[in-house]
Design a protein around this ligand. Structure first.
Ligand SMILES: NC(=O)c1ccc[n+]([C@@H]2O[C@H](COP(=O)([O-])OP(=O)(O)OC[C@H]3O[C@@H](n4cnc5c(N)ncnc54)[C@H](OP(=O)(O)O)[C@@H]3O)[C@@H](O)[C@H]2O)c1
Length: 281
């Protein structure tokens, strides 16, 4: 399919699998140019085959990067800025469960680095490209709506009492605050959507250890949403962003921004902490 006049340019950070992949392919099918960031060359080859099948191979721009590395995220931003002067949408789906505590190239706890810091950097780093597009939107796919977990202000890298769940929940709450800060102190005209897709049948469920993996798989078969259902609003928001500066959506329902996880003072505090750790690196 040739590029049409209403076509958009979209970055999907974490677009080689799951909901990110579904969004990337749907947008390619609709004529958009899509930059996909992921690590796996095999998944990228599979995505390229699918793009060819859709007649969209030349509009897929795959960029291999480990987004838990600050340096690699900065390279992605530089690549996107050079190749794509206007950016209509940024879709943030990269995440991974770490069963044991791991640290990133720059020494951050890996979940915090990938699931939160990369999203902070990409959202701010592409400000100029968003401002060059007519109706830009950032879609951050995380877990808003749940109050479980918190930012561990005195130990954000979880050097003490690490668990996969604590790390995931901390980064989830950090993304709640990131969204609030974007709306409070915008660095571009991009509107922000924070989206909880609910339990979804993606490869993410294979990341658990046994016997939890077997239990999760059984539950996924009966209780999880399909990738197509969970990705459907993401695909739509790229084209029709909500009018509000910040929209928080939990499986189709708006989330009350007055809840404590959206505390504005904490949002400013986390932004300051993040800037500090980025300055050091
Ligand atoms: N699935 C659910 O039930 C569920 C529920 C609530 C919220 N969510 C959230 O929704 C988002 C998408 O989830 P999903 O289940 O669709 O994910 P997924 O199928 O596991 O896909 C994750 C994507 O992230 C990429 N990725 C992982 N580590 C990376 C790294 N270090 N650098 C670059 N890319 C990396 C993967 O690419 P490579 O494999 O190529 O590295 C893949 O494209 C996540 O933020 C997740 O927390 C999911």
């Amino acid at each position: 399919m040739p590029k049409n006049s209403s076509a958009r340019t979209v970055v999907v950070a974490g677009g080689t699998d799951g909901m990110g992949r579904a969004t990337a392919l749907a947008r390619l099918e609709r004529g958009d140019t899509v930059v996909v960031v992921g690590r796996s060359a095999a998944k990228a080859a599979d995505l390229a085959d699918e793009a060819r099948r859709l007649g969209a191979a030349e509009r897929l721009d795959f960029h291999q990067a480990d987004l838990s590395s600050i340096a690699a995220v900065r390279e992605v931003i530089a690549h996107v800025a050079k190749a794509h002067p206007a950016m209509h949408a940024l879709v943030l789906t990269a995440n991974r469960q770490h069963l044991r505590r791991e640290t990133s190239a720059e020494g951050l706890e890996s979940t915090f680095a990938l699931y939160y810091v990369s999203r902070y950097l990409l959202g701010h780093g592409l400000a100029r490209q968003f401002d060059a597009a007519p109706d830009p939107v950032i879609i951050n796919v995380a877990g808003p709506g749940t109050s479980a977990g918190s930012v561990n202000w005195d130990d954000p890298h979880l050097t003490r009492r690490y668990s996969t769940m604590r790390a995931q929940l901390q980064a989830g709450r950090a993304n709640d605050l990131l969204a609030v800060e974007f709306a409070e102190r915008p660095t571009s005209k991009a509107r922000y959507v924070l989206y909880h897709p609910g339990f979804t049948q993606t490869a993410a469920i294979n990341q658990f250890n046994q016997p939890l993996r077997a239990i999760v798989k059984v539950y996924a078969r009966i209780g999880a949403r399909s990738v197509a259902d969970s990705a459907a609003p993401m695909i739509e928001w790229v084209e029709n962003p909500p009018k509000a500066r910040l929209t928080v959506d939990d499986r189709g329902k708006p989330v009350d921004l007055g809840r404590k996880m959206f505390d504005k003072a904490n949002a400013a505090r986390l932004a300051a902490l993040t800037e500090e750790l980025l300055d050091e690196r």
